[in-house]
Design a protein around this ligand. Structure first.
Ligand SMILES: *[C@@H]1O[C@H](CO)[C@@H](O)[C@H](O)[C@H]1NC(C)=O
Ligand SMILES: *[C@@H]1O[C@H](CO)[C@@H](O)[C@H](O)[C@H]1NC(C)=O
Ligand SMILES: *[C@@H]1O[C@H](CO)[C@@H](O)[C@H](O)[C@H]1NC(C)=O
Length: 366
């Protein structure tokens, strides 16, 4: 017990030194580019926060994690997700812990709050069971900050530290998949035209990102959504045999995507010292397959559970062997191969449309 306390005190002292003297983080090996990485969003970034929730949105069973060193962890893919690759590219020697299990000084490296089925709107995906909406994730972040302030014994110092971290956020997929596109379960599509719904989402999202800023964040990466009309589960639900994507879905989601870049501009001009950047997932996704030899864009790799439109892997079900050639792992989520490319191009833009106004590697240097 005594020795544990000493170790913790030592760690906090080192972190204090890093903040005060702007030293390269001495706690970590290699070239870590920023002291901390915080992750918010939905299943695309979740790494275990839903494991103990009462929900159908879980991925902590095989064959999820078939290519991940620790096996099934709650990641909604076969291997690493985009957030894992971003952590690697930023030089972290271990992945960022989920809020559900993070302890003590570990939270100074950052925390992942991402939760499968989470939305911008609190009611999104309520039919799936429990999930940690973006508003709840922000409240969890406040809990983390309170712990950090207690450990550092100084709120100002905590805020200074938090301003050096990178924050990555990807949310909005479920506000369509598990809300607007389910007219039999949610009133939103009866109440709002696509344009109005997109405006509503952007208004909320913008407030939520401002809250993140008020919690000390200054380097914030907003990942766009896209291609929902092309995911196998939606094609299955809409029964479009011949087309590659459901066009009506894509045109509704496009209304939201079109507003992200102006939202970033507004946040950057309204909030002093804020550096928000936007990652254009569409720009990246359209050229991913050919760059890494992904030849199958339509069929999920894992055996899908029978519930129509659910799209999750069947518990203990099979998985394809040509995993690196498949874009989709299950009915909704990309496999590790595209995740790697998406992260690499978010980190170092390949096309000028990939990241706006600049990429994550440049954000890290600020
Ligand atoms: C964070 O929570 C504390 C209470 O624990 C509250 O006083 C404070 O206003 C919250 N901060 C923000 C920015 O919401
Ligand atoms: C907290 O940290 C700030 C700046 O890092 C410093 O100026 C201030 O004196 C500290 N406050 C306390 C009570 O230690
Ligand atoms: C995102 O990329 C797509 C494809 O290159 C492009 O058509 C679109 O204009 C880009 N969107 C933004 C907001 O930059």
């Amino acid at each position: 017990m005594a020795s544990t306390c000493i170790i913790i005190l030592w760690d906090v002292t080192m972190i204090t030194l890093i903040v005060f003297m702007n030293l390269k983080p001495v706690l970590v090996k290699g070239e870590q580019k920023v002291p901390c990485l915080f992750i918010m969003g939905d299943s695309t970034f979740d790494n275990g926060n839903n494991n103990n929730l009462l929900t159908a949105a879980k991925a902590n069973y095989p064959p999820y994690g078939i290519d991940f060193p620790d096996g099934p962890t709650g990641r909604f893919t076969n291997g690493r997700n985009v957030a894992d690759f971003i952590a690697e590219l930023l030089g972290f020697d271990r992945y960022i812990e989920p809020f559900a299990t993070v302890k003590g000084v570990e939270m100074f490296r950052g925390v992942s709050y991402a939760s499968g089925a989470a939305g911008i709107l609190d009611e999104t995906a309520i039919h799936v069971g429990d999930r940690i909406s973006l508003n709840r994730q922000l409240r969890n972040h406040n809990v983390t900050i309170s712990h950090m302030s207690t450990l550092l014994g100084n709120k100002t110092l905590t805020m200074e530290y938090l301003s050096k971290c990178i924050y990555i956020v990807q949310i909005g997929n479920n506000d369509y998949i598990n809300n607007y596109l389910l007219p039999q379960l949610y009133p939103s599509s009866h109440m709002y035209k696509p344009e109005q719904f997109a405006t509503l989402l952007i208004q909320q999202y913008s407030e939520q990102l401002k809250t993140l800023y008020l919690h000390g964040a200054r380097k914030i990466v907003v990942f766009g959504i896209g291609g929902i009309g092309c995911v196998p589960a939606e094609l299955d639900l809409y029964g479009t045999e011949d087309t590659a994507c459901v066009n009506s879905i894509d045109s509704a989601v496009q209304k939201f995507s079109d507003k992200l870049k102006p939202m970033i501009d507004d946040l950057n001009s309204d909030l002093p010292d804020a550096n928000f950047i936007y990652i254009n997932s569409t720009s990246i996704a359209v050229t991913v397959p050919s760059s890494v030899g992904i030849t199958n864009l339509r069929e999920p790799c894992c055996e899908i559970s029978v519930t129509k439109g659910e799209g999750q892997c069947k518990r203990g079900g099979g998985a394809c062997s040509d995993r690196t050639a498949r874009f989709f792992w299950d009915g909704f989520h990309p496999s590790e191969a595209p995740n790697k490319v998406i992260a690499e191009r978010a980190y170092t833009a390949f096309l000028s449309t990939d990241a706006y106004p600049f990429d994550i590697s440049q954000l890290a240097q600020l």
